[in-house]
Design a protein around this ligand. Sequence first.
Ligand code: GLN
Length: 321
Amino acid sequence: FNIEQELNTFFEKKIPYYKQRYSGVGAPAAYIPELKNTNPDYLACALMFPDGQVILKGDYAVPFTLQSIAKVFIFMTACMHLGTSRVLEWVDVEPTGDPFNSILRFELNENKKPFNPMINAGAITVASLLPGTDSTEKIEKVKLLLSAILDKDVSINEKIFISEWETAYRNRALANFLMENHLLAADVEETLLTYTKLCSIEITAEDLAKIGLVLSIDGFDPIRRIEVIPSSIARFTKILMFTCGMYNYSGKFAAYVGIPGKSGVSGGILGTVPPSFRNHPILSDGCGIGIFSPAIDPCGNSVKGIKLLEDFLHSYSVQIF
Ligand code: GLN
């Protein structure tokens, strides 16, 4: 049984199928003007295994921005510097059925905190906690974590950053509301700058697969054999991804796709398969998954990306419970 051949065959069949089947369904995010210019038909999948094996399929060379996936690194970086319990004094860990950028219920729960770090309100609060005197220093801390995981430098897509910055009316309102409620530890505009720039960091599906692999082994990089994220923080982050990572689709994603995931409005999905499958022919050691397809659904998740991921995990009977 040749795993590589098996997976190559699977994705070479499925990627053209999903491209065609969901062509014209959903659209690239329009509220960030620059994202509108992306080709909606891109579909990429990257898998990375603990033995270093990598599967790259479809439009895997096309870079895209983290968008909401940045929330994962904002949270982990804050926890690494402040300790998780101090971060959780500012933000809760409760899923919300509301959209990611909701302002409807002012996004504070009964404890007067943002619901969780995986939605905009929570991530903006956590971004304000990052160590540093200004946004440049705060951004640097998060970039350092990403570079440690990926073993390379990461950079910000300035065009996309500026496009979002100039139209960030909703996030600006959220940040001001948070400040009014004593839920920002730094200046409103500096915090927004930190958050928005981090959302504009450019990565590829392969990068996401690498991150997913490291998360799957609780922060350990099996290839370099070093810990890049403290294990307790990596584990906690996976819980947040599982319960809150896909906006107001998180419950359905957990039920029907069934792994910790985090999506961004750029069409990226970070997935992590923990190494827990007894005698599973392919995935017993776990893997990291990176998906990219820019047409998103009303919840903000990649249309083709979710379908492909669901099909892959079901076809190979991946169940984490
Ligand atoms: N930068 C985006 C925003 O704040 C990220 C949102 C997302 O990917 N859901 O609106």
